[in-house]
Design a protein around this ligand. Structure first.
Ligand code: SF4
Length: 615
């Protein structure tokens, strides 16, 4: 299929190049002695009503047929990409506005659209090009929407945004290069259909007008004498089929051989309402790098709002390492994304207080906010492979933030990127900076991610499961690197993890989340004996130790956490709790100070010895 497609397309392109100069004059020559001849050795497809050789006219028509098809396809691709990328470029409202014409036009068969536009633009060559181009635009718009949506969720796009890279640059640098392959394959497929559409329009007499002619016009001419000389219509029809099928086969073969890879626009605002929680913070927020009070994240869902974060409050001091821990779905990653302003509309992110390095984030305009977050906050994502743009060299990606926020030139920014790569232990950093992400191992990519975060001496690093995808020894190296960076630069660290052992290794404080809320917050040093919430205790019990009895199954927590879509009246952990009281099902325990430096939300906390305290 691929070979046939490539040969056919190559043949048609060769005809388009060679046909007019070689046969143009002969094809135009009128021979009144040879009018309406049947196929012969002299005239393989016979002659037309003016004695012109039909085969030569077919060869000459190749160029115009192909050029017009390419022009219509280019129009369709450009208009389609523009509409399909409106959301990425201008935000969700523009995306919805652009979606309306796409959805409406997709409700009609494309042939009907072609005829409609052809009638609207008038019977002419230009009109038919525009008609076909606009008729295929909705297909490319939908394709662009789907492809960009799949890439937009990648961590490297989020990383570019947190660096303050503008929407247009994110689209052209980080999204389009990674959807180019399926786009090109679909262009090849579409081109075959466009050739057929042009032939169809000219055949109906509403395409190219005499004396200009393309394959469709020749079919139309040949139909008049079909019963005398069928080849007059079949001949150009065969070439149309060859070109159409050739482009389709080529596109199919390419798509089978190379499988397609696949705003801060969420409405964020301080609370307008008073709080139902007191939300005490364990530290003095005047010194905090990050002070967060009553953060909430809501997503609209078919059955009502889905609320993965339901009022989270904490603060982090300079140089402090805070571990945010909980099961999948507890809201820890959503909390981190909301702090980094990376949650997309239609989600709604609200807070009572969000201060970063003493600055109230809500008071800042978008440019200042991007600059602050791009220079003072670094984000290390879980999957280092998806955190980098696979189509760009690592050194350039790492240098991006410094070029944008510190106005460094390209050379200086790359030099700093190389220096940072060296600092995080990448050997031969100058050479490796020219590598692409796939040329780095998982651990090296994670270190490169940290190097990117260190480009501007950040005040806070948010690391979301930074070691989950790594083997044990690489995990330790990455954790030690984070600890070293924190110690050397007094950088605060918010470490999101489901692994208590990882948090215990490098954190000062531990915040335990369950069902979108903080249920316990205490210093890590207190953890072995001071954790009082039954869920924290249960998490502790699941951490295997070297002296664990290998003959017994590892401890687990029975049951499942409630869905973010569910609204539980009392304590969300009650169905799984071994210390539940009647009150737990009816009233939700508030997060309150249980002791100095210790916050707890439980009606029946456990004591240090494991015995229960009366609520
Ligand atoms: S409030 Fe009740 S159900 Fe919830 S963790 Fe505490 S004891 Fe268990």
């Amino acid at each position: 299929m691929g070979r046939f497609g490539a040969l056919s397309v190559g043949f048609v392109i060769m005809l388009a190049i060679m046909g007019p100069p070689l046969f143009g004059a002969a094809a135009a020559r009128i021979d009144l002695d040879a009018i309406g001849r049947s196929p012969s050795l002299m005239h393989w497809f016979g002659t037309d009503a003016l004695g012109r050789d039909i085969l030569l006219r077919v060869l000459v028509a190749s160029r115009l047929s192909l050029l017009l098809s390419v022009a219509a396809t280019v129009i369709g691709v450009v208009v389609g990409l523009g509409l399909g990328s409106a959301r990425s470029l201008f935000g969700p409202i523009a995306g919805r506005i652009a979606d309306a014409p796409i959805a409406i036009s997709q409700a009609f068969p494309s042939l009907l659209l072609v005829l409609f536009f052809a009638a609207a633009f008038g019977v002419s060559t230009r009109g038919s090009v525009l008609a076909i181009g606009l008729a295929i635009a909705p297909f490319f718009a939908r394709l662009a929407q789907t492809l960009t949506a799949s890439v937009e969720t990648m961590d490297y796009v989020a990383a570019a945004r947190i660096c303050g890279v503008g929407r247009f640059r994110v689209l052209t640098r980080h999204i389009l290069p990674n959807v180019a392959e399926p786009l090109v394959l679909n262009i090849a497929l579409t081109l075959g259909g466009v050739i057929l559409s042009f032939a169809g329009l000219s055949f109906l007499g509403i395409g190219i007008q005499p004396p200009v002619y393309d394959w469709g016009a020749l079919i139309n001419d040949g139909l008049v004498e079909f019963y005398v000389n069928p080849m007059a219509a079949i001949g150009p029809g065969l070439v149309v089929c060859l070109a159409g099928v050739g482009f389709n086969f080529l596109g199919e073969a390419l798509s089978r051989g190379k499988i397609a890879p696949g705003t801060f626009s969420a409405r964020t605002a301080p609370h307008e309402q008073s709080l139902d929680d007191a939300h005490p913070l364990a530290i003095d927020t005047r010194e905090a790098v990050l002070a967060l009070r009553d953060l909430r994240v809501n997503y609209p869902g078919p059955g009502g709002a889905v609320t993965p974060v339901r009022g989270v409050s904490f603060a982090i001091e300079p140089g402090q390492a805070v571990g945010l821990i909980g099961e999948s779905g507890s809201g820890k990653s959503q909390t981190a994304l909301a702090i980094a302003q990376l949650i997309e509309a239609p989600a709604r992110v609200t807070w009572e207080t969000l201060e970063f390095d003493g600055t109230i984030v809500a008071d800042m305009d978008e440019a200042d906010r991007n600059r602050l977050l791009g220079t003072a906050m670094a984000m290390v994502f879980q999957n280092p492979m998806s955190s980098f743009n696979p189509a760009r060299r690592l050194g350039l990606q790492i240098a991006d933030g410094a070029r944008r926020h510190q106005q460094l030139g390209r050379r200086a920014a790359v030099a700093r990127a190389i220096e940072r790569l060296g600092q995080v232990g990448i050997r031969d950093a100058e050479k490796r900076a020219r590598d692409y992400p796939h040329q780095f191992s998982g651990g090296m990519r994670q270190r490169a991610m940290i190097a990117m975060g260190l480009m501007s001496a950040p005040r806070l690093i948010i690391a979301d499961e930074p070691t989950t995808a790594l083997d044990a020894s690489t995990q330790i190296r990455v954790l030690d690197l984070l600890a070293r960076v924190r110690a050397e630069q007094r950088t605060a660290l918010l470490l999101i993890s489901h692994d208590l052992a990882v948090v215990q290794r490098i954190c000062d404080r531990l915040i335990v989340m369950y069902a979108g809320r903080i249920i316990e917050d205490l210093p890590v040093a207190m953890l072995p004996h001071g954790a009082r919430h039954p869920y924290s205790r249960a998490l502790l019990a699941t951490v295997p130790t070297l002296d664990v009895d290998r003959g017994r199954p590892l401890a687990t927590i029975d049951g499942w956490a409630p869905s973010p879509a569910d609204s539980v009246p009392g304590c969300a952990f009650a169905p799984r709790c071994g210390h539940v009281l009647a009150r737990c099902h009816a009233e939700r325990p508030m997060l309150e100070m249980a002791a100095v430096d210790h916050r707890l939300a439980c009606w029946n906390p456990q004591t240090e010895t494991g015995a229960l305290v009366d609520a």
